[in-house]
Design a protein around this ligand. Structure first.
Ligand code: SF4
Length: 485
C-alpha cells in the first residue's frame, strides 16, 4: 500500500520512496529534535480532539483493511466526527487526522503543530483528499488546523482553521499525475538515479541522509550560498561535486566565486584592526551570557504564545578588567513557571555596568524583552540588559574567516579551531534541543539520583557555552596584543 508518507517521500526525492519500500532499515532513527517534534504533534492532537467532544476514534487494528471497514461502519452509523479514519483506494492508503460532517458534506481537517500553513502542507492534504475521493467519499472541503500565533495564554483561541480550496487544486492534479510514477518506482527492483542535493534537507532532512551522504567529506556545490538551480545544473551535469572541482569559468556570482575560492583554497582571512576596534569598545566587567529555553506548542504559562522561548536556565561567566573570572548560573528544577525565579537571579547576577556578550544576540535579546514585557516592575533593568548586549558572532560574520569553520560561523564550528581543548563531545547534553529534552525529563523525574544527573548534565552544557565564549575572547585579545592593537 502507498501511504501519504510514501507520497511525501516521493515528492522530496524518488529515491527516498524507493528506499522506504525496499530498504527501510537504512533510514536513520529520528534524532532528539525529530522525536521532540513528534511528541509536540501528539500533544497538539490531544488538545485539538477536545474541540470535537462528539468525535469518534476509529479503533486501532493491525490490518489497515479492518480499520477501513470500521471507518465505513462508523460513517454508515451516522458518526459526525471521526478521529483517524482510514480510507483506501486500490493500493493507496490514507489515515486522516479528523473528518467532520458539516451541512455541505464531509470536511477533512489536517492538524499541524505549526503556527502557519507551510507550502509542504498542501501536497499532504491534497493526497488525502485525492484518496478519500477515489475511495468514493464525497469531500466538500479540506483544511489545515494550525496553532494561532497571536494567541497569548490563557486565551482559549489557540487554533486557526484555514480552508484550502483553490490553493489545493494544482496539488490535487499533481497527486493524480504522480501516483502512476510512484507505483513504478516502488515496484522497481533498482533504485532511481536521484543524486544528492539541496533537496535532501528540504523541507526536512531526509531519513536516508546519513546513508546517501556517508561518503561526502568536505564542502560541496550544495553549500554555495544562494546557488540557483540554473547555475547548479551545469555543475551537476559536469559531475562537479566538491568546491575544489568547480571550474574557473563556472557561472557564479562574484560572492559565490569568492566563497568557492576561499574554501577550495583553504584560506584564512583575519581583519585584526577591525577585531581590535570591536574589542576596544567593550566595557568591563564583561558578562559572557547564554540562555537555555523551552518552547511549548501549547503554552502552559501565562503571557506566552505558541513556541514562545521560555528561559529555564542561564550561565554567565564574568570577566573583570584585572583578569579575574567568576561564574554564575541558574537552573529551574521544577515544573512550574521558571521565569519569576530566573528574573530574580538575573537581577542579582548581572550588574548595572558592563557589556553583556552573547553569541547571536537576537535570541538573548528576544528573551530579555519578553521578560521585560512580562515583569513590568523589572522592565527598566531587563531592557537595559538587552541594550548592553554585544554579539561575539559579529567577529566571525565580518572579520574572522577560516576555511576550517566549514562554511558555518556557529559557536560549535568556531570553537574547535580557536579553542580546541574545549569540546562538547564528552558531554551528555551537546546542543540546545538536547538541553530542552533533558530539562523536560528532569522536571518530571521521580528518581532523585537520575534527576541530579540531568541537573549536572544541563549545568555542564550551559557552563561550556559561556566558557567557550571566554576562551574565544582570550584568543581574540591575544591576537590584538600580538599586533599591538
Ligand atoms: S538523502 Fe537525498 S538523495 Fe538520498 S534518498 Fe534522501 S533525498 Fe534522496
Amino acid at each position: 500500500m502507498l501511504t501519504k508518507t510514501d507520497y511525501l517521500a516521493y515528492l522530496q526525492c524518488p529515491k527516498a520512496l524507493w528506499l522506504r519500500t525496499h530498504h527501510p532499515e537504512l533510514a536513520t532513527p529520528p534524532d532528539d529534535a525529530t522525536q521532540r517534534r513528534m511528541r509536540i504533534g501528539q500533544q497538539v492532537d490531544v488538545v485539538v480532539r477536545g474541540l470535537f467532544p462528539a468525535g469518534y476514534q476509529v479503533p486501532y487494528r493491525p490490518q489497515p483493511a479492518e480499520r477501513v471497514a470500521l471507518t465505513a461502519e462508523a460513517i454508515a452509523n451516522g458518526a459526525g466526527v471521526l478521529f483517524q479514519p482510514v480510507f483506501s483506494a486500490n493500493d493507496l492508503l490514507v489515515i486522516a487526522d479528523i473528518l467532520v460532517r458539516r451541512d455541505d458534506g464531509w470536511h477533512i481537517i489536517e492538524v499541524k503543530s505549526t503556527t502557519k500553513v507551510k507550502k509542504e502542507h498542501l501536497p499532504d492534504l491534497a493526497y488525502q483528499r485525492y484518496v478519500l475521493e477515489q475511495s468514493g467519499l464525497e469531500v466538500a472541503g479540506a483544511s489545515l488546523l494550525h496553532l494561532n500565533p497571536a494567541c497569548i495564554s490563557p486565551n482559549p483561541d489557540l487554533f486557526t482553521e484555514a480552508e484550502q480550496g483553490d490553493a489545493l487544486e494544482p496539488h490535487l492534479a499533481r497527486a493524480a499525475a504522480d501516483i502512476p510514477a510512484m507505483r513504478r518506482i516502488a515496484a522497481n527492483s533498482t533504485a532511481p538515479d536521484s543524486g544528492i542535493g539541496r533537496h535532501c534537507t528540504r523541507p526536512e532532512q531526509c531519513a536516508f541522509y546519513e546513508h546517501c551522504w556517508q561518503d561526502i567529506d568536505g564542502l560541496t556545490i550544495f553549500d554555495i550560498p544562494r546557488l540557483t538551480p540554473k547555475r547548479e545544473q551545469p555543475l551537476r551535469e559536469a559531475g562537479v561535486l566538491y568546491l575544489q572541482d568547480v571550474p574557473p569559468d563556472a557561472d557564479l556570482t562574484e560572492k559565490q566565486r569568492d566563497y568557492v575560492d576561499f574554501h577550495a583554497g583553504k584560506k584564512i582571512e583575519i581583519d585584526r584592526a577591525a577585531i581590535c576596534r570591536e574589542l576596544a569598545n567593550l566595557e568591563y566587567p564583561l558578562y559572557f551570557f547564554d540562555f537555555e529555553t523551552i518552547d511549548y506548542a501549547i503554552p502552559p504559562f501565562e503571557g506566552c504564545r505558541p513556541y514562545q522561548q521560555v528561559p529555564f536556565q542561564y550561565s554567565c561567566h564574568i570577566l573583570h578588567a584585572d583578569g579575574r573570572l567568576e561564574h554564575r548560573e541558574f537552573l529551574h528544577t521544577t515544573a512550574d513557571d521558571p521565569r519569576p525565579p530566573l528574573v530574580n537571579a538575573l537581577l542579582h547576577d548581572i550588574g548595572e555596568q558592563g557589556t553583556i556578550a552573547a553569541y547571536n544576540i537576537s535570541f538573548e535579546k528576544g528573551v530579555l524583552l519578553h521578560l521585560a514585557d512580562r515583569f513590568p516592575e523589572h522592565a527598566a533593568r531587563l531592557q537595559d540588559m538587552a541594550n548592553r548586549l554585544w554579539d561575539q558572532l559579529t567577529i566571525f560574520r565580518k572579520f574572522y574567516k577560516d576555511w576550517r569553520f566549514r562554511g558555518s560561523n556557529s559557536l560549535k564550528s568556531v570553537l574547535p579551531v580557536l579553542a580546541p581543548k574545549l569540546s562538547y563531545k564528552a558531554l551528555e547534553v551537546q546542543n540546545g534541543v538536547q538541553a530542552q529534552v533533558a530539562w523536560e525529563v528532569m522536571i518530571t523525574e521521580p528518581d532523585e539520583s537520575r534527576r541530579k544527573e540531568q541537573i549536572r548534565n544541563l549545568l555542564a552544557y550551559c557552563h561550556l557555552d559561556t566558557l567557550a565564549m571566554v576562551e574565544i575572547h582570550h584568543n581574540l585579545t591575544a591576537l590584538c596584543e600580538q599586533t599591538g592593537g
